[in-house]
Design a protein around this ligand. Sequence first.
Ligand code: CA
Length: 323
Amino acid sequence: MTTTWPPNFPVVGEGCNLMAEWVRKMSGGRMEITVYGGGELIPALEGFDAVSNGAVEMNHGAAYYWSGKLPASPFFTAVPFGMNAQQMGAWMISGGGLELWQQLYEPYDLLPFMCGNTGIQMGGWFNKDVNTLDDLKGLKMRIPGLGGKVFAKAGGTPMLVSGGEIYTNLERGVIDATEWIGPYHDYKMGFHQVAKNYYYPGWHETGPVLELMVNKTKFQELPEDLQEIIRTAAYRLNRWMSAEFDAKNGAYLQKIKEETAVSIKAFPGEVLQGLRSATQEVLVELIESDSFSKKVYDNYQSFRKQISGWMDIGEKEYYSNLG
Ligand code: CA
């Protein structure tokens, strides 16, 4: 198993190591998975090709890393202002999302599994205050993917910066802002030492699904019990990662509040509304240029409409009134 994460990366890398252990135990030692961090066996973002051509049997990462090849892939991780982790799980498992994901990967001999979720992320670290949409104009922010495209539409300048270089770039003013993940991972990166404001919510990644992809031919060659063991381990890892992210983010948000001088602030409604309109433009461009994206978008939107009707009087009502 190759991964897009640094070796033993908190939660996600650690989780892949755990999955290898679960599979070894469940199979009575018949199946051994060797986990490689990004760059150890192949470069971090070459898992798609390596698993597709069978050089590697499986890869853990996120579907939106493959958007250069498959423009529809972000729907299976996260689109800005998209569904939350709970809704993504329902769409994937019981709403047809996983079937569409499998169709998208079929021509590449790949079988995708939902395998983790970071939960909603934070909006990011800023040295300036963000009071109006104008405050985003010309702002250099490390924000990848569709979120970056939306940020550009809103007048910002999205920057591509690899994980290892963000801290220094922020410290030296090469970038004005950055998003990363949530309180746990962000604290470990030390961003509170080089930025004043920590904004929420992570409008660009509202419940990103992580991915395990397996070479389909090799998977089908396995005896049925080993196939089921992989499915079961992926399912367990999916749940384990979500729980770890949620629990650790709670603990580390408290730590950031208690130990640092950072201001934790909500984006003003005007800013979120502006970014939301820009998102609509970006998504329309996407579905007009790619027919599979249109197919996924229609399914995603109709599922979302239905589940929102339910969550509006359930989850949302409960939390907005009772915190
Ligand atoms: Ca992120």
